[in-house]
Write a protein that binds this ligand. Structure first.
Ligand code: PRP
Ligand code: URA
Length: 209
């Protein structure tokens, strides 16, 4: 069973509360999402393994610690995932970036794939899959399947708001994918929107609708 990590950092919680407010406009929403992307990235990368490397300071030679092993790939699910990418790249500027395009059919709530472009060596990287909203979990599960079809073996899911239904589905269908979220909300409504949630993340970022 995968692990569910709910970030409890006061800065993340505070920024998310501003984002939930329907009076918060797109400019502020975008800026806050990028900031939370960076803070969530800090939580998600806190257990990356370190290795000893020998370096020379201006004073002496030492064994210093640096991040070991797999390199990272950041893969946003479009559109809304794009809003967290720049924050994460501020932390890990050398990460490669892939893109998965999915939209939810408004009637069936099923994800429909329209785009996929991943780094050539994605199978050798730890993938951080990003989508602010984990609602039914359909988009996340399809994205993980797509990543696995391209050979990815190490995947972590980063979101902002998760519904219990989406967490349960992702854990059941992708038990090897740990989930990092800023909040675990109450439930989905009849339109498969997260309650209390923050509305349609893509529309709030890009000012559509
Ligand atoms: C939203 C959101 C997720 C998906 C979550 O995208 O950004 O990708 O819904 O829902 P699920 O867990 O039930 O699959 P949407 O389909 O609205 O597309 P958009 O980002 O292009 O607006
Ligand atoms: N997609 C969103 O953007 N918001 C939700 O609450 C559910 C799916």
């Amino acid at each position: 069973m995968s692990q569910l990590h709910v970030a409890d950092h006061p800065l993340i919680t505070h920024k998310l509360s501003i984002m939930r407010n329907k009076k918060t406009g797109s400019k502020d929403f975008r800026e806050l999402l990028e900031e939370v992307g960076m803070l969530m990235g800090y939580e998600l990368t806190r257990d990356l393994p370190l290795e000893d490397v020998t370096i020379e300071t201006p004073i002496t030679k030492i064994k210093a610690k640096m991040i070991a092993g797999k390199k990272l790939a950041v893969v946003p699910i479009m559109r809304a995932g794009l809003g967290m990418v720049d924050g994460l790249l501020k932390l890990v500027p050398v990460a490669k970036v892939g893109h998965i395009g999915l939209y939810r059919d408004p009637a069936t709530h099923q994800p429909v794939e329209y785009y996929c472009k991943l780094p050539a060596d994605v199978e050798d990287r730890m993938v951080i899959l990003i989508d602010p909203m984990l609602a039914t979990g359909g988009s996340a599960v399809d994205s993980v399947r797509l990543l696995k079809k391209h050979g990815c073996k190490s995947i972590r899911m980063m979101c902002l708001v998760a519904a219990p239904e989406g967490v349960a589905r992702l854990q059941a269908e992708c038990p090897d994918v740990d989930i990092y979220t800023a909040a675990l909300d109450e439930r989905l409504n009849e339109h498969a929107y997260i309650v209390p949630g923050l509305g349609d993340a893509g529309d709030r970022i890009f000012g559509t609708k």
